[in-house]
Design a protein around this ligand. Sequence first.
Ligand code: GLN
Length: 498
Amino acid sequence: MSEIVDLRVGEIIAGLQSGDFSSREVTTAFLGRIEQLDEHIHAFLTVNPEQSLSRADEADRKLLAHRRGQQESLPSLTGIPLAVKDVLCVKDMRCTCGSRILENFIPPYSATAVERLSKAGVVILGKTNTDEFAMGSSTENSAYGPTHNPWNLQHVPGGSSGGSAAAVAAKLAPIALGTDTGGSVRQPASFCGVTGIKPTYGRVSRFGLVAFGSSLDVVGAFGKSASEIIPFLNTMSGYDPSDATSIDLPVPGIDLASAAIEETIKNLRIGVPEEYFIKGIQNEVEDRVRKAILQFEKLGAQIVDIRLPFTEQALPVYYIIAPAEASANLARFDGIRYGPRVPADEMWDIFRRTRGEKFGPEVKRRIMLGTYALSAGYYEAYYGQAQKVRTLIKNDFEAAFEKVDVIAAPVAPTTAFRIGEHGDDPLSMYLEDVFTLPANLAGVPGITFPVGFDDQGLPVGMQLMGSHFQEKLLFQAAHAYQLVTDWHVHQPNLDQYL
Ligand code: GLN
């Protein structure tokens, strides 16, 4: 059965529809690999084989009926397995957010993104590991222990959606959902050598995504290649009455035919911002990204030097706005409404003890930072000021997108670092996010894909950022690159654990 896990999403769809194999066989193959490998990788926090297999059987009944001509239309993703980051609610499946405070929380409904994919027929394999409440860049902040990078188990997979990125890299799932508040899809995709999309803010409903920074959060996805992710993003996207910030714009069909791709690349103006190639960035990262940019030039794209002068301010601005929003969002976890309760006689003591015992140190740090930034007397100096600078960062992008169609940059200053390397130094960890935060503050989409390896054999990724709602262009550009390179085809060797 091991060859099923090597198939591309398109091949799985074709094989299911022609009856070459069943969804039960596909699901069993991935569950089997999780069973064998996940004790070493720890990509999953929850798997529920019975639930997955019963969904697979349901898909198989539909597939069979379709083949017999008894069912006119077959939902487009019928029978395809999917992993879901553990901050997105899946009905009747435990959702921990990587936190002890939601240890046994079973949501009574699914996130809209998950619900739409379920209607399209996916089979959910399980919930993937994440930094607690998606706060982190390594999954080391998960209360359930870190995920290990499949390319080198001593290294982190990135974060916060590290479980999802590692699951795709290790072939534990063909596709996985993540979320990106400040880089949490793009950075782990880069660290694990897979492709990841962070859509435009508002493209995908946030309903049922446990909120971290509501003005920044967006649901995205991981796959081996750009073309495989497209149908999942298209299915999830679009207006949802349950999320007032979701956008009522149809998702355009994305044409990957070679003529369309050639045409797009020939007319593509790629901006290279000098602020993203700063001192301190790992040499191999800069080298591989620059080579990839040359590759785009060879394909016919025009390379343009640009400036994004407020880039440097993104980090301090993000680390005020995101914690401020988090401190408000996390107020609901009080030991009364959700999850476990540490008993006490007094209501305030229940709050104090439950939150004191069940939140991890990074979450507490963010709550304190955010509460401070929002408190009377400081609000204008911190939160108000940060909002103003956020606008300047957004203006930077708007000015750049008058001259270029996409912006090319490294995803992170380094490749995957060692577990424990940033130890107790939160600031050095925050610095890992310098190149991903600006897109979230501006709300623009970004795609990450592998462009080589460093000297230790760890993947290097690059990102393309686009103007609002230009996901189509990002997918086409990444696809064009993947047609002429094979970095996305390389796989970590995990045979010794099988
Ligand atoms: N690493 C960033 C943080 O810790 C971003 C996390 C995210 O995108 N969820 O906040």
